[in-house]
Ligand binder design. Structure first.
Ligand SMILES: Nc1nc2c(ncn2[C@@H]2O[C@H](COP(=O)(O)OP(=O)(O)O)[C@@H](O)[C@H]2O)c(=O)[nH]1
Ligand SMILES: [Mg+2]
Length: 355
């Protein structure tokens, strides 16, 4: 096998027949210019059915990988794991991130970075390239949250052009297959104290003339969830916030107090479930999993249910609010115990797959 190249240029592709050939040509031109004889191009195709695959098969000097799982994160994960370069630079197939940006990434290599992010917001964004909502709301809000919570000096957390050191990437134990893979990569770099750098890049309007794959609200929510879940302290803070709000609203409105109390309870149970779930998946016990494994959850819940039903029965109807609050707490507890018990039977104590 030939010598390992310094750089792999990776392009994720799902149904991009209009632009894929030009994207690969742009990658090739700039790879030759900035890394003569020291590059490879990898395209991670996600089961394109529009003819992209047929186009790719005809192009020389590239490697096309068939990714069996759907999702932007899956495509990039597969691509990075199959890349041979010491560093992997990736960018969309829609011609929005020109590969002339490669020069900036190249200049960082001597500083031995683990992750270099191409910042559009510190670079040059051409007219109409980024929807107003993303440029002035979505990306800045998520970026701000990540900066304060993870202490990583990022200016554009959603950028789709980045360079990662392959040996570092392998340590990250990545999980997300969707767009939130991008947040996971950034956050885990912060958690693992990887060397993080940024370079300003050019960002153009994509040339494919159809809507992006990105589902704005669903993907935004998934990014936010990734940000919250990688640091459970956020859930603790949210919980405390609801408790404070419940306390503040107490003299004014029983309705609001109940509302905040219920949300406090929901976040609290979510936190416990999350820790239990991570124990079930990773197999490493934590404080909460040890506790939940040692208490008889089902009998305790049944006892609590009876107890509250009695209160609801015997409390006069003027206390309708209290009755509704208690019923809601019961219902939530019931769902939660059901969830935890299902994790126990289906994940923790499941039968092995015997062939
Ligand atoms: N969303 C999505 N993109 C994929 C997938 N597989 C490959 N891609 C590629 O990932 C890149 C990013 O997608 P794009 O629609 O441009 O997202 P946006 O730039 O965030 O609006 C494109 O090159 C897609 O072709 C997939 O399953 N889902
Ligand atoms: Mg794009």
């Amino acid at each position: 096998m030939s010598k390992r190249p310094t750089i792999s240029l990776l392009i994720p592709c799902l149904n991009e027949k209009k632009t894929i050939a030009r994207a690969v040509a742009d990658a090739k031109k700039n790879a030759k210019k900035f890394f003569p004889k020291d590059w490879e191009i990898v395209v991670a195709d996600n089961g394109s059915t529009d003819g992209s695959w047929e186009i790719l098969k005809k192009i020389k000097e590239i490697r096309v990988i068939n990714v069996p799982i759907k999702g932007y994160g899956a495509a990039l994960h597969w691509g990075i794991m199959k890349s041979r370069g010491e560093f992997v630079v990736f960018a969309d197939a829609d011609l929005s991130y020109p590969f002339k940006n490669l020069k900036k990434f190249k200049n960082t290599i001597e500083e031995k970075p683990d992750l270099v992010l191409g910042s559009r917001l510190r670079g040059t964004i051409s007219r109409g390239a980024m929807p107003i909502l993303h440029r002035y709301l979505g990306t800045p809000v998520l970026t701000f949250l990540i900066r304060i919570a993870y202490r990583i000096p990022t200016s554009d957390c959603n950028s789709g052009m980045r360079m990662v050191k392959k040996s570092f990437y392998k340590l990250l134990n990545m999980k997300s297959a969707g767009m939130e893979w991008a947040s996971e990569l950034l956050l885990k770099t912060a958690i693992k104290h990887g060397k993080y750098m940024e370079v300003p890049i050019y960002f153009y309007k994509d040339k494919r003339g159809r809507p992006p794959h990105l589902a704005r609200w669903a993907d935004g929510w998934r990014h936010l969830k990734a940000i919250l879940l990688l640091k459970p302290i956020f859930l603790v803070l949210t919980m405390l916030l609801f408790l404070v709000l419940a306390f503040i609203s107490l003299p004014y409105s029983f309705g609001f107090t109940s509302f905040f109390l219920l949300f406090f309870f929901v976040v609290f149970l979510s936190l416990l479930a999350l820790e239990y779930f991570s124990f079930a998946i990773e197999g490493k016990p934590n404080l909460i999993s040890t506790f939940l494994n040692s208490v008889p959850l089902v009998p305790i819940t049944i006892f609590l249910l009876f107890f509250t039903i009695l209160i609801i029965l015997f409390l006069p109807d003027e206390h309708l609010g209290t009755k509704i609050l208690l019923s809601s707490i019961d219902a939530i507890t019931f769902i939660w115990v059901f969830l935890i018990e299902t994790i126990k039977t289906h994940l923790v104590n499941r039968l092995p797959d015997l062939k």
